[in-house]
Write a protein that binds this ligand. Structure first.
Ligand code: FAD
Length: 179
């Protein structure tokens, strides 16, 4: 948030507040900007009011599904039009119920989904075979590749880090013994 010029805004409307437990989903430390009009919102966040109005209008026009089908608790299939880039597959409702909100966001890497392949001894693999003397643990191994259990990154980093250390010592000792 301190990185000036890198922030973007998620534009929402007041129907957010009707979603049960919406606070848990936002995970933000800062409050959104709020205004009763899109023009007022544009002024608060320093963007061109006509551009914001045109963007929201184009998005709203693509929201052709029945808003009564909206269900925040599952993938509800409420998709928005094919000419949106990227298209939305779920939860697409027109932004039309004031007050309008603009939530500041900055991009950051929270988790990795790909990285060095390792086995359960923390050995780095190439083509499925361990590379001698090379071990890895933590984010570099792409914690969430293929599966994403919540809140276990640090646990996995600690466990595999310890295993990597132990394996490296054993390998180093056997090298020393051999030479
Ligand atoms: C917002 C957020 C929320 C998260 N929430 C959770 C959670 O609830 N539970 C959970 O388990 N995990 C959570 N994680 C993930 C967890 O923080 C990481 O998986 C974990 O910290 C990874 O540890 P690591 O040691 O592999 O990597 P890092 O913590 O990234 O450590 C790598 C270190 O290497 C240093 N480094 C990089 N390049 C070099 C270099 N060339 N020379 C020397 N040093 C270098 C970096 O400065 C850094 O200190 C969260 C992450 C984020 C970003």
């Amino acid at each position: 948030m301190r990185s000036k010029g890198r922030e973007v805004y998620a534009i929402l409307d007041s129907r957010l507040f009707a979603i049960a437990d919406w606070q848990r989903a936002t995970r933000s430390e800062v409050a959104p900007f709020q205004s009763d009009s899109l023009a007022g919102l544009a002024k608060l966040i320093g963007v061109d009011a006509r551009n914001l109005a045109a963007t929201v209008a184009a998005y709203n026009a693509a929201c052709t599904g029945d808003p009564a089908c909206f269900d925040a608790t599952r993938c509800d299939g409420l998709a928005a039009g094919s000419n949106l880039e990227p298209p939305r597959s779920n939860w697409a409702r027109a932004i039309s119920a004031p007050p309008f909100l603009a939530w500041p966001l900055v991009g950051a890497v929270a988790y990795t989904f790909g990285g060095l392949a390792t086995d359960n001894r923390a050995r780095v693999l190439r083509g499925g075979a361990p590379i001698p003397g090379l071990y890895a643990a933590g984010e570099i191994t792409g914690h969430f590749y293929a599966t994403a259990p919540n809140a276990v990154s640090v646990l996995r980093a600690f466990v595999l880090g310890r295993i990597a250390g132990r394996e490296a010592v054993v390998a180093a000792l056997s090298e020393t013994t051999l030479t």
